[in-house]
Design a protein around this ligand. Structure first.
Ligand SMILES: [Zn+2]
Length: 231
């Protein structure tokens, strides 16, 4: 079932390890087949070096039930489901505990847009959510993590593909994209941008970037007048 998507999601999970944004089993990537309404996700607690495409788990996002695979799915499955249900434009989701993005999550701070590296991929600050309440943690924690991500994007009027990631307060980054590989790419970029931003703020706590530089860099890569790269 969904052999090609399983292969893509497996490779996306391996790419996370290869880019050194995860150690042990600290991350998960999923991808979705929108026509079938089925999500493929990493199994829970399986080491990357023992994992193969056959170990991926298939979940029906309408029911939340497993429909294929021998392992239990990632413990963050319910978060992925919430985001797929809400945003039909998303085709892949990645969660990590990468050090630099987690530092912003733990500090409870947005990752401000201070330079063109950030602006090439994220159109504005990468938001930090509020903390989950005690009730939200005790009942339906993973689902509520998805809900607080959606709440934050909606409050700020963010189109998810324009800012393809967020940090969940006290926890860490979630990123997304048109497919699983794009969500991993954004996870790797976000962590590097977070490291650059942290160092920038050490040197100059009031550093900022004018809006027109943000606009220039974002729109030369995205949108109908984009001209970056090859035709
Ligand atoms: Zn986590």
């Amino acid at each position: 079932m969904l052999e090609q998507l399983k292969q893509e999601v497996f490779e996306a999970n391996i790419e996370l390890m290869r880019r050194k944004v995860v150690i042990y089993t600290w991350g998960n990537v999923s991808g979705i087949d929108r026509e079938k309404g089925l999500m493929v996700i990493k199994p829970s607690g399986i080491d990357y070096d023992r994992m193969s495409a056959r170990d991926m788990v298939v979940i029906d996002i309408r029911t939340g039930e497993k429909v294929d695979g021998k392992w239990r799915p990632s413990s963050d499955t319910a978060t992925h489901i919430e985001l797929y249900r809400k945003y039909p434009q998303i085709g892949g989701i990645t969660h990590t505990h990468s050090v630099n993005a987690v530092a912003f999550a733990q500090a409870g701070r947005d990752i401000p847009a201070l330079g063109t590296t950030h602006a090439d991929y994220f159109y504005g600050p990468i938001p930090c959510t509020r903390s989950l309440t005690k009730e939200e943690v005790e009942k339906g924690y993973e689902k509520n993590t998805g809900k607080v991500i959606i709440e934050t994007l909606e409050e700020r009027g963010i189109e998810p593909l324009a800012v393809p990631g967020i940090v969940v307060r006290n926890h860490g980054p979630f990123t997304w994209g048109r497919d699983a590989a794009a969500s991993v790419y954004h996870a790797v970029v976000m962590d590097t941008v977070a490291e650059m931003t942290m160092k920038t703020l050490l040197l100059n706590p009031s550093a900022e970037m004018p809006q027109y530089i943000l606009d220039k860099h974002y729109y030369r890569k995205h949108g109908k007048n984009a001209y970056y790269g090859q035709k």
